[in-house]
Structure formats: structure tokens, C-alpha cells
Design a protein around this ligand. Sequence first.
Ligand code: AMP
Length: 274
Amino acid sequence: MEIIQTVQQLQQLQNRFKKLNIGFVPTMGALHDGHISLIKQAREQNDVVVVSIFVNPTQFLEGEDLETYPKKMEADSKICELCNVDYLFAPEISTMYSGDEVLIKAPNIRGYTLEGVKRPGHFDGMLQIVLKLLNLVQPTNAYFGKKDAQQLSLIKLMVDNFFLNVNIVECEIVREEDGLAMSSRNVYLSKDERIDALSISKSLKYAAKQIGSGELDCEVLINSMREIMNKIDIEYVAITNRKFEKIEKIELGNSMILVAAQVGTTRLIDNIWI
Ligand code: AMP
């Protein structure tokens, strides 16, 4: 595996791999099994695999955890090596941003509901960096997790809107054995908080079970989920279609249940696709 840090090094790859499939997995590092599942899928489906690690400052809002976001470059690079990654792109901030830039703005509806309410501007910064990375790596396939469902949906929309020549691969959520969705931020949780955090995945599982038994009324489902999560500070529980529009009745094959909650000082998100 080669670690590369400059745009020039990355661009040279384009010439070298003109006829090969490139699989790309963008991450912010502190890699866990969720990231690894994306990397493995990329490895299986492409000739060349590029992983990026970049904690993107423009997607963090004032007062968020940019400074303390877990950084584990050495361990991450070992993980990538073990997963047979070909290139690890880990640029400096100054390589990716030059100051006063052309900006990308997330769309008014999908960019400013749910995650976009508490984190206005987060998706603008996310799309900005993803567009830059896709342009630099020029992958055949780029891999994103359903864990960040709204992010995934916005990236797909950007690819459509800007006619980007890349296939976006949607990857399943990877969970701890007890159901907690894997996240780099889980390391912030204390023992007790971790137990409380489990109520998020439990409530999603319960809702899925209720739907399986024929309960399709979103208000009923949301109320029972809120009861299960009564120990944590729920930011939202929402049931939407795949365009992130709120719905009243579950449409099988076109619905999502999404949760964001604060557990102690840690903000967690999770979802299931129905
Ligand atoms: P991050 O490093 O948090 O920006 O995540 C990088 C990529 O990994 C994103 O596409 C995430 O959606 C994906 N990802 C993060 N956690 C998980 C998980 N538990 N399961 C599947 N994909 C994940």
C-alpha cells in the first residue's frame, strides 16, 4: 500500500490506471468494522482500491467535535494495509482547501431537514469535500454507508445533478453484536451511556417488528420508539420516504425510520430502511 498526500500523486494514478476499475472509500478515519465492510466490498468489486482519510473541517459546525474527533492514523493505515488497499490518500487541509472558494449548497428540502436542522451547513461542507474527492480520484465505484442515510441520498443527488461519472454503491449498516450501529464517535460513550445508547437500535428493531405484524401508522410507531428511548435525549425520530419527505403510513420498500439522539455529550444517529 502506498500512502499519498498530494493532488499530483493522486492525479498520476489516473494515467496509470486508465483501463482499470477504481473503487473509492472516503472516510474521516478512526476506522472500525463499518468502514472495513465498505473497503472489503470495494476490494471485491474493483481492480484498484483507494481509501481517503480526511477530517473535513467545513462539515463541522462551530462548537462541534472537530478538534477532538478521534485521529488514529497509524492504526488506520495498518487496517488499510490488512484490507489490501492500494492507495491511502491522507491530505493536509491546505491541500484540499485554498481559502475563498466556489461553494456547494445542499438543496433546500433534503439538505435542511432532520440532520440539516441541527447541523445547518453540515451537508454543504460534506458535498464540497465529496465533490473534490470524486474529481481527484475519479473512481468507477464509490462506497458510502446507509448509516449516514441523508448524506448518501444527497451524494446520489449531487452525482445526478452534476452528471458525475461515478457509480455510488450503498452499503449496509454494520452493528456491534448488541445492535449499536458502529461509529467513530462511539469511543466517546461511557459504560453507562453505551448501555443507554442501545435503546436507539432496540427501538428501530421494535418498530421493524411492529411493521412486520402489520402496524403501518407512523405516529403509533414513533410513539412506541420514543417510549423505548425514554432515558436519552431524542433529537428526532422521523419516518420518511427515500426522498426524506415525512410520511404518515409506512410504504413498504420506500420508507426509512431515522433517529438522532444525544447520549451524554455524544450525538448518535441510526436508521433502518423498510
Ligand atoms: P465517516 O468516517 O464517519 O465519514 O464514514 C465514512 C463512511 O463509512 C461513510 O460512507 C459512512 O456512512 C460509512 N459508515 C460509517 N459507519 C458505518 C457503519 N456502522 N456501517 C456502514 N457504514 C458506515
